[in-house]
Design a protein around this ligand. Structure first.
Ligand code: 4AD
Ligand code: MG
Length: 444
């Protein structure tokens, strides 16, 4: 019977078939130890020259790394290691002999591996990351489904900007002029929330930003819930409940993968609500106390501005300093309006602030969530669209949402790859998606 290697423990002393690829092979006298991977794990096989036909033995000697094979054998408990099973192989069918494989089991440089991303994805570490990513997305979908959110797909081609006009990818769109690749599904999700109450989008989003940091890509996936009649506090409550669910489920269901990634999950186990909530202004005070300056690029390099000026956005060193005293994600709310997008609702208690909310992951993984209560006052919204020099005619449909039964509403966006980085403890976002797109990379 054909089985996958992750189920092998259920077949002790039974004959099974494994279809996969040769990961590695060692020889020791009259024994061969091929390791076969099938996407679900790696099993060690044992081939004994005295027990198999000459044809089988010779076939194994022909195998190169990544040759595709179908093997048959009896599942046996490992003589020494507990919970490990091996396959006493009695037959093999060679499907394809691989040409010399460029990625060997020794260390390679990152650019070398990135150029061969289509092959690099086969390695155990990359397989583990992709399975965790899959579990994260499935957990998100299940949470949303169980909590009565409706999946509401937003378009990718859009005529207008959502997150500022400086990061738009554009393309010609027949006789209708320019189309832009969506930076966020939010504006459409707002229409969805007015129709359905609670919705979410989950799809690719694009930013034409020449950002070569460890946390930015030009194409990334975002999950954006939007809820009618939710204020900022409701939004923050949802964020906590949602993050707790996703993190706890992923560490429960993906133990094996997180072990392969050497992820210390004791830190993730602590992600239970409530999370610390601080205002932007309190965050600035913390930065000043810790004496973290603002770093600003100048012609001669970089200058440091002390104390950290109120109104500036945070960079990586600030985010790290803000989370280092906490073991949970840190929620920062009430941001300077000048630093944030046009759609955020002004704080009724202070017009310099908007009811925005960011979530910083612990352990220095940076911003994973950005969200807000939305401006529901039509006049203030029109004012903000003008202030941001956005084309008013393209926003008429969005303003309609305030013309016809405007209600308080809120939402947020979770960056899927940022979440993968945090859960998997990845140094760099390029490993968090099958085929990363960055300013200097569009291949393979
Ligand atoms: O903070 P952002 O820009 O917020 C929005 O787009 C809102 N419209 C979301 C909403 O309220 N519905 O992006 C949200 C998240 C960030 O916190 C980050 O996790 C991720 O998207 N993100 C990126 N991830 C990878 N590469 C980039 N260039 C990213 N830009 C944002
Ligand atoms: Mg943001």
């Amino acid at each position: 019977m054909w089985i996958y290697t992750d189920k092998i423990s259920e077949y002790e002393n039974k004959e099974v078939i494994i279809k996969g690829w040769l990961y590695n092979i060692r020889a020791s006298g009259k024994l061969l130890f091929p390791e076969i991977r099938d996407g679900y794990g790696i099993v060690q096989g044992v081939v004994s020259k005295s027990d198999v036909s000459e044809r089988v033995w010779d076939d194994f000697l022909k195998l190169t790394q990544e040759s595709s094979v179908i093997v048959k054998g009896i599942v046996k408990k490992h003589p020494k290691k507990t919970d490990v099973y091996e396959l006493q192989i009695n037959d093999i069918t060679i499907v394809n002999i691989a040409e010399p494989y460029p990625i060997t089991l020794k260390e390679h440089g990152v650019e070398f591996l990135m150029d061969r991303r289509h092959l690099w994805l086969r390695s155990p570490r990359q397989v583990a990351i992709m399975r965790v990513r899959h579990e994260i997305i499935q957990s998100i979908r299940d949470y949303m489904y169980q909590n009565d959110f409706v999946l509401f797909d937003a378009p990718i081609f859009t005529p207008n900007a959502c997150e500022g006009t400086s990061t738009l990818f554009s393309t010609d769109y027949f006789d209708l002029g320019k189309a832009y690749l969506s930076q966020s599904g939010q504006l459409y999700a707002e229409a969805g929330a007015m129709a359905l109450g609670k919705v979410y989008t989950l799809g690719p989003t694009f930013r034409a930003e020449y950002s070569m940091t460890r946390r930015h890509m030009t194409e990334f996936w975002m999950m954006e819930p939007e809820m009618a009649y939710y204020d900022l506090n409701d939004n923050m409550d949802l964020i906590e409940d949602f993050l707790e669910y996703v993190v706890q489920r992923v560490i429960k269901n993906r133990k094996k993968e997180l072990e392969i990634l050497k992820r210390d999950t004791t830190k993730l186990e602590k992600v239970h609500k409530p999370f610390p909530r601080i205002t932007y202004t309190e965050a600035v005070e913390i930065l000043r106390k810790k004496d973290i300056p603002l770093y600003r690029k100048t012609q001669n390099g970089e200058e440091e501005i002390r104390p950290f000026p109120w109104g500036e956005d945070f960079g990586a060193p600030h985010e790290e300093a803000l989370v280092e005293d906490f073991e949970k994600p840190v929620i920062i709310h009430r941001w300077p309006s000048a630093a944030k997008a046009f759609y955020m609702k002004r704080d009724p208690e202070n017009p310099d602030l908007v009811l925005g909310v960011d979530v910083l992951a612990p352990e220095g993984f940076g911003e994973i969530i950005g969200g807000s209560q939305r401006e529901d006052n039509i006049n203030l919204l029109i004012e903000r669209i003008k202030e941001h020099n956005l084309p008013m005619e393209e926003f008429q449909w969005y303003i309609d949402l305030r013309r016809y039964g405007s209600v308080p509403h809120s939402g947020f966006g979770l960056g899927i790859e940022r979440m993968v980085c945090w859960i998997c403890n990845l140094e760099h976002i390029r490993e968090a998606i099958p085929f990363p797109r960055r300013p200097n990379r569009i291949r393979p």
